[in-house]
Design a protein around this ligand. Structure first.
Ligand SMILES: Nc1ncnc2c1ncn2[C@@H]1O[C@H](COP(=O)(O)OP(=O)(O)OP(=O)(O)O)[C@@H](O)[C@H]1O
Ligand SMILES: [Mg+2]
Length: 363
């Protein structure tokens, strides 16, 4: 082990630190988040910040169901990590004043797992299936029968001796969440009466979220401090809350505890999150792309080697945000730096190269 470390020249401390810095702007939850998230989650639709259209539509679905005294239609929540899918699922149960049963796609590997869950469902319960696109195919088929007919056939035994025992399920509401709606098979998707697609949040909305969280955590945050954190949160409440916690640490240890603009800026600089929310990896990708490869096009594997990262990390962690920000484009011939990237690095884009890049989009 020591031998291979020596060879790779890897410093475990540096690796751990880099990993930590990276998780700061990743939209996925880590252990630290999960504990705090429970405390910061809005509990009613009224407490939800932003997502105005989804909130209105979902509110109407729930209100109508309440008036009819029935379980609401099945709800599908889709959208990138950290935007509030789990939060909304919990709110559906809370607003209907019914228990929430929670499971996730990867936990349902056999149809039998799902049958066991369904057999425990009571009338009006909300069954939340997180990462619903990761359920096994047989379970998926059982689920859409349950959603439509409120019954399933449980197959006992194998081969010619197998028998199907019908199981009636009381009317319930399925709430599915997915970051990859495109991976859901059509028949399953079609059985949701209401589909909500969550969008990234505007800075103003993130501002409200950060202030609300600061209130709940009992920290003093100025409006400029809030704006500073909000503008670097990549449109994602989970990241906003995480940055808030790091700024709070800084304020507590190195300042007087008040999260103002100066403290927020200093803290986020320390954690290497820049004005737009770009972290060290994002900047490294842009830097290599512009300075070393003249703006591209360059293949993602080459890019990954050049920044010393795994291809997956570059593709799944750095690129989505850079693409959304209009800094990087994925073209059939490779990655290309857009004018915004050059500008952000304080460089002048070579004119002729951008003309050549334009041609790539016409392919
Ligand atoms: N609209 C909102 N208003 C206020 N806070 C929010 C909102 N949406 C999300 N949050 C905060 O962000 C955190 C993450 O949200 P949530 O866990 O619901 O995301 P998710 O979409 O389920 O993510 P994942 O795909 O990783 O499961 C929550 O704990 C909550 O504090
Ligand atoms: Mg979730």
């Amino acid at each position: 082990m020591a031998f291979s470390d020596e060879w790779s020249g890897a410093d475990p401390h540096e690796a751990a630190e880099q990993e930590y810095l990276r998780t700061l702007v990743q939209a996925e939850a880590d252990g630290d988040d999960r504990a705090v998230e429970a405390a910061l989650r809005p509990r009613t639709l009224d407490e939800v910040v932003g997502q105005v259209r989804v909130r209105d539509q979902l509110g109407l679905v729930l209100e109508a169901a309440r008036q009819r005294g029935r379980a609401p239609d099945h709800v599908l929540l889709s959208g990138p990590p950290g935007l509030g899918k789990t939060t909304l699922a919990m709110i559906v149960a809370a607003e209907m004043q019914t228990p929430l049963r929670l499971t996730s796609g990867p936990a349902i590997t056999h149809a039998g797992d799902l049958a066991a869950i369904l057999s425990g469902v009571n009338e009006g319960d909300v069954l939340f299936v997180d990462e619903i696109h990761r359920m096994s195919r047989p379970a998926e088929e059982m689920l859409y029968m349950a959603m439509e007919d409120f019954r399933v056939d449980v197959v006992i035994g194998k081969g010619p001796g197998a028998t199907a025992i019908p199981l009636d399920i009381p009317p319930f509401t399925l709430v599915g969440a997915t970051t990859r709606a495109g991976l859901l098979p059509g028949p399953l998707r079609d059985r949701f009466g209401f589909t909500a697609h969550l969008e990234y949040y505007e800075p103003g909305e993130l501002d409200l979220i950060v202030r609300r969280s600061a209130g709940l955590l009992g920290v003093e945050l100025t409006s400029e401090g809030a704006a500073e954190i909000a503008s670097r949160s990549r449109g994602t409440p989970r990241i906003a809350n995480r940055l808030l916690r790091r700024v709070r640490d800084y304020a507590q240890v190195r300042a007087d505890g008040v999260l103002d603009r100066k403290v927020a800026r200093a803290a986020l600089e320390l954690y290497e999150v820049d004005e737009l929310g770009l972290d060290r990896l994002d900047l490294a990708v842009l830097d290599v792309l512009c300075r070393r490869f003249g703006g591209g096009p360059v293949g993602v594997s080459t890019l990954a080697v050049a920044v010393g990262e795994e291809r997956e990390t570059v593709e799944e962690v750095a690129e989505p945000f850079l693409v959304r920000n209009g800094m990087l484009a994925r073209t059939p011939r490779g990655r290309v730096a857009m004018p915004a990237a050059w500008q952000h690095l304080g460089l002048t884009p070579p004119v002729e190269s951008f003309g050549a890049q334009q041609a790539l989009f016409d392919e």
